[in-house]
Every structure is written in structure tokens, then in C-alpha cells.
Design a protein around this ligand. Structure first.
Ligand code: SF4
Length: 356
């Protein structure tokens, strides 16, 4: 299929295999596209389709912290492209069971108060919601400096559940990744294709594409972008993402307060599973207060200062008030907070005019 999508990208020529995969290994070639519901991974899937990539599988790693419109969009995409998109979820039941054991023995040996031990044991049960279960297991939320969510909820799910079973003998597995060089320094120097080992290759055909090209690919193929892009969202991923920006948080709270309510409930649960009782969705330990350093505050004061409801209040302010180091302010030019080299979270800034 030849699809000329205009001045930016010719889909048919955009792909440049760095080798002839069919000749590389004698087994089957499998092409796995990670679909997040964001613009880049959608363009990636469209590109794979135009290339008639053999044994194409599209996989959506559902974090359980998705916007309902993204779930609907994944269904739309599957129906519009004719590609069945597999929904996969991480399962932390084993880790939670081990954590329960650890709390029942080690916390008690360490002299942790029995009320805290019992409260943690009460709440530490798998819920089936990957994001929440991950945080219950860890006793904390991920942060920009400890961004274990991408790995645990996205990368590992696809590698363990989809790719590893294929890495059998002479098969070649192409892992299509929707990263673009202009997104961040981390991504700028990535190779277009690299061998990981065991027949697995990372393939990044959008590396030289820009945002316009990505949306052109949508238009050329008659595919609508995720509607969240036209509703003030600058990224499509978790709702919210831990890398959420100030204006974005304000927008989310105004449009979808039920997601803020859900995060507030999660904060209560994760706090109960944490030894110090100090978990907040945004990294509260890095919050500062205009009246002084939080180093002088106890955990309860920090939680009162940095919980999701306070973060929303702060997002409605212009200057002053509480300042969060780990929530980027609107004026920051470096909005490429999600530095995953795998492009599994579509968390880059999208100018709204590019989306319409
Ligand atoms: S979208 Fe944000 S919160 Fe969700 S997995 Fe990616 S980095 Fe983590």
C-alpha cells in the first residue's frame, strides 16, 4: 500500500529497514506495536499497517489509571483499522503477598507500631487495578525521580506477556516504539534500530518525524486523534500522569473531577500501606512551602500540604502558595518530563493547533 501523506512524511518511504529482516533469522518475524492511545503510537500503528508488517500485533498496556476516553479510543482505533488491539495488565498479586509477609514479620521485628502493621495488612490486597496495586506494593507513588511506573505498568507487561513467549528459537521480534528525536535529549540520540538480544529488536521508525507528521498520518489514513487532545490535554497517558503540568492539572480538575476524587481515595489507601504514612500522588516530599522548608515538617504536615486536593488548589493559583518541585510550571519549556526511551507513555507537549 502506498500512502503519500504530503510534504512531511511519505508513509510508504518513511520506513527504512536497516537490514532485511526476513533474511536475518530463519524463524518467523513478529511485529509488536505498543499502542497507548496517544498520537505517536497511533501513527506508529498506521505506519506498520501501510508496511504490511508481518504478524503484526498491537498491544495496549492498560495501567488502570487511564481516562475513559482513551479506553474508548482504543476500541475505536481497533475498529477503524481492523487490527485487534490486545489489552494487557500488570499483575502484582505475588509482590503484594510477599509484602504482606514482610510487614507481618520484619515490620514487627523493627518495632513498627501494631496499629500501623494492622492498617497496612488490611489494605494490602490486590485490587486488580495495576497502578494502584503497584503503589500499594511499593508503599508510595512513583515520581519523576523514581519513575518506576513506565517500566512496571508498560514495558514489563509487554515484554513479559507478549514478547518473551515469542523469543523462542530463531524468531525475530520487532518492537515498534513511537519515540521522536525532537521530544527530548534522551531520545535524540537513540538509534533507529537496535538489537536487544534473543532475536528482539527495538525499532523506532518515527525518530525523525515531527508532531505535524504524526497528525498528518492520522489525517491521511482517516483516523481521528484521541479526543483528549482537543479537550485541553497535552498528553495522553495516565489521568493524571505523575509528570502532569500545573495547567494540565487545573484542566483535569475542572473537566474530570472524578479522576481527582479517585486519586484522593488512592492516596488514602497507599498512605495506609506505607510505613511512614506519607504517600502523596505528586512527590510531596519535594514540596516547599512559602513559609519554610518541609524538612522541618512531620509526615502529617507534609501530607496535608501536598495531597492531590492541595495540588489542585495550587494549580488554580498564579504565583505563590505552595510550590511543587515535581510539578512543572506552565512556563517551563522543558516539558519532556517522561524520559522513557521506549515511548510507552505519550507524555510530550502537543501544541493544540497541531491537534485540530
Ligand atoms: S503516563 Fe505518567 S504516570 Fe502513567 S506510566 Fe507513564 S510516566 Fe507513569
Amino acid at each position: 500500500m502506498v500512502v503519500d501523506i504530503g510534504r512531511h512524511v511519505d508513509l510508504a518511504n518513511a520506513i527504512r529497514w536497516p537490514f532485511h529482516p526476513a533474511n536475518e533469522l530463519p524463524g518467523l518475524q513478529h511485529n509488536i506495536v505498543s499502542v497507548s492511545g496517544g498520537k505517536d503510537s497511533t501513527a506508529l500503528l498506521l505506519l506498520a499497517l501501510t508496511q504490511d508488517a508481518p504478524n503484526l500485533r498491537a498491544v495496549f498496556a492498560d495501567t488502570g489509571n487511564e481516562h475513559e476516553l482513551t479506553i474508548e479510543y482504543i476500541d475505536y482505533l481497533a475498529q477503524a483499522t481492523g487490527v485487534a488491539i490486545e489489552h494487557r495488565r500488570a499483575d502484582f498479586s505475588r509482590q503484594i503477598a510477599r509484602k504482606r509477609e514482610f510487614i507481618a514479620t520484619k515490620w514487627r521485628e523493627q518495632g513498627v507500631a501494631e496499629t500501623i502493621v494492622l492498617a497496612a495488612l488490611e489494605v494490602l490486597q490486590p485490587t486488580g487495578v495495576p497502578f494502584l496495586d503497584l503503589c500499594l506494593w511499593k508503599g508510595r507513588f512513583p515520581s519523576r525521580k523514581a519513575q518506576f511506573c513506565t517500566e512496571e505498568l508498560k514495558r514489563n507487561v509487554i515484554v513479559e506477556q507478549v514478547m518473551l513467549p515469542l523469543m523462542d528459537g530463531p524468531n525475530m521480534i520487532m518492537s515498534w516504539q513511537g519515540v521522536r528525536a525532537d521530544e527530548s535529549d534522551v531520545r535524540r540520540y537513540l538509534p533507529e534500530c537496535e538489537a536487544v538480544g534473543g532475536g528482539l529488536y527495538n525499532y523506532r521508525p518515527l525518530l525523525r518525524w515531527n508532531v505535524d507528521s504524526v497528525f498528518e498520518a492520522h489525517r491521511a489514513m482517516g483516523i481521528k486523534p484521541n479526543p483528549l487532545y482537543t479537550m485541553g490535554a497535552s498528553r495522553v497517558g495516565c489521568m493524571p500522569c505523575i509528570n502532569c503540568r500545573k495547567g494540565e492539572l487545573r484542566e483535569i480538575a475542572a473537566r474530570w473531577p472524578h479522576h481527582i476524587d479517585r486519586i484522593a481515595r488512592w492516596e488514602d489507601l497507599v498512605r495506609q500501606a506505607s510505613k511512614r504514612g506519607g504517600a502523596t500522588f505528586f512527590a510531596g516530599a519535594n514540596a516547599k512551602h512559602q513559609q519554610g522548608s518541609i524538612k522541618e515538617m512531620d509526615v502529617a504536615q507534609i501530607v496535608a500540604l501536598a495531597n492531590i486536593r492541595q495540588a489542585v488548589e495550587w494549580s488554580r493559583t498564579t504565583r505563590g502558595g505552595i510550590q511543587y518541585d515535581l510539578i512543572a510550571t506552565d512556563g517551563e519549556t522543558d516539558s519532556k518530563a517522561c524520559t522513557s526511551a521506549y515511548g510507552l507513555c505519550d507524555s510530550d507537549w502537543v501544541p493544540m493547533e497541531a491537534a485540530v
